[in-house]
Design a protein around this ligand. Structure first.
Ligand code: AMP
Length: 285
């Protein structure tokens, strides 16, 4: 596996590959501390392309909270070992100055309501930072396809919108959420969970599964109350920040006052603070 530490390393590696044969590059951008969720994207990129590149970069402009940035887990050596074992072709560690030639600042995109709804509202500036770094990474790597996880459902919508706005010649592939046996969505932030919080956290997915089975016949406001109770339980370990129900395409909130017509598509989103970790999850219900 090639370990690339600069844009010129990356460009000469890609030029080499292109000279050898016709290649398509599948790209998986990450912030490292890799787990099987990331690796599910890597495996898909490998299946669908002749070369797979993973980037690892903890992007400061998408953190609206300095403590969150400072505590973000980093495990570079382990990450490299995992990627090597998976047969990944290259890992790219971009230089900040090359990603942000105009200084460490997010650009401003017209993200519409995505910037106000749910994570847009909860983390001001977060999605501008995400769009900025992804635009820059796509310009560096120039992949045919780029892979993102639906665990970050709203992020996928932001990236699709940015690519449409800029008419970028890349296919965005959205991949299903990989979960632990307990149902907990895999996340680098799970490393921040205490044992007790780790045992309580699967209640988040359990509440989503319960909602999928019980959504008809209730107004969504009632469904939320029941989900809240299931997640919070009586031990006080999980603090729900919000539960939202959105249209799967626009993410706009759905009417919560009356029972939904059967077969109305609903995406349910849950954000919970579990000790030091802020956990996000979502499912179609
Ligand atoms: P991150 O390193 O957290 O920025 O994540 C890098 C990519 O991996 C993003 O597209 C995430 O949505 C995706 N990802 C993270 N966790 C999971 C998971 N449990 N299942 C699927 N994709 C994931």
């Amino acid at each position: 596996m090639h370990i690339l530490h600069s844009l010129s390393d990356l460009q000469s590696r890609c030029a080499h590959w292109r000279a050898e044969s016709v290649i398509t590059i599948g790209f998986v951008p990450t912030m490292g501390a890799l787990h099987e969720g990331h690796m599910s994207l890597v495996h898909r990129a490998q299946r669908e392309n002749t070369r797979c590149i993973v980037s690892i970069y903890v992007n400061p402009t998408q953190f609206n909270n300095p403590t969150d940035l400072a505590s973000y887990p980093q495990k570079t050596e382990e990450d490299v070992r995992m990627l090597q074992a998976a047969g990944c072709d290259a890992v790219y560690f971009p230089q900040a100055a090359e990603l942000y030639p105009q200084g460490m600042q997010a650009k401003q995109y017209d993200l519409g309501r995505l910037e106000e709804l749910m994570e847009g509202g909860a983390r001001p500036g977060h999605y501008q930072g995400v769009a900025t770094v992804v635009e820059s990474l796509l310009a560096h790597v120039q992949p045919a396809k780029a892979y993102f996880g639906l665990k970050d459902y709203q992020q996928v919508a932001v990236i699709r919108r940015m690519c449409t706005l800029l008419q970028l010649p890349v296919t965005i592939v959205a991949c299903p959420t990989a979960r632990a046996m307990s149902g907990l969505a895999l996340s680098s932030r799970n490393a921040l969970l205490s044992e007790a919080h780790g045992l309580a956290a699967p209640r988040i997915y359990q509440s989503l599964q319960w909602a999928a089975l019980n959504r008809d016949g209730f107004p969504l406001s009632k469904l939320r109350e029941a989900m809240l109770e299931k997640i919070q339980g009586t031990d006080g370990l999980l603090r729900v920040e919000y539960i939202a129900f959105g249209d799967p395409a626009s993410l706009e909130p759905l009417d919560e006052t009356c029972a939904l017509p059967m077969n109305t598509p609903v995406q349910a989103f849950v954000v919970t603070q579990a000790g030091a970790a802020r956990l996000i999850d979502n499912e179609a219900i």
